[in-house]
Design a binder for this molecule. Structure first.
Ligand code: FES
Length: 97
């Protein structure tokens, strides 16, 4: 049974200081049907926040600002292609060599 795609947006200290509340709001306002967005505790990627984790494909994004949300939704959630420019390089080394 497929898992509902879920977007977790960190709402803890460092990420909040960098605008993650607005990022979460943008996801909630623009989500495609069948997808959910949730606030998250710290996900251990504080130096590169706001941190966004997308399941079920375990894609981790860094420094996600409200202006990035439309691209992530359009290209990744609807188009099936991760937004490589926003991938967390510590967790997605294959894109960085
Ligand atoms: S404060 Fe957001 S990942 Fe740690």
């Amino acid at each position: 049974m497929p898992t509902t795609p879920t977007i977790y947006v960190c709402q803890y200290r460092n990420c909040l200081d960098r605008g993650s509340a607005q990022t979460l709001t943008m996801f909630m306002d623009q989500l495609p049907d069948g997808t959910i967005a949730l606030a998250s505790r710290c996900m251990g990627q504080c130096s590169s926040g706001p941190t966004v984790r997308v399941t079920a494909d375990e894609t981790w994004y860094c420094r996600v600002q409200p202006d990035d949300v439309h691209t992530i939704i359009d290209q990744h959630l609807l188009g099936g292609e991760p937004v490589t420019a926003k991938l967390n390089s510590r967790l997605h080394r294959t894109f960085y060599g």
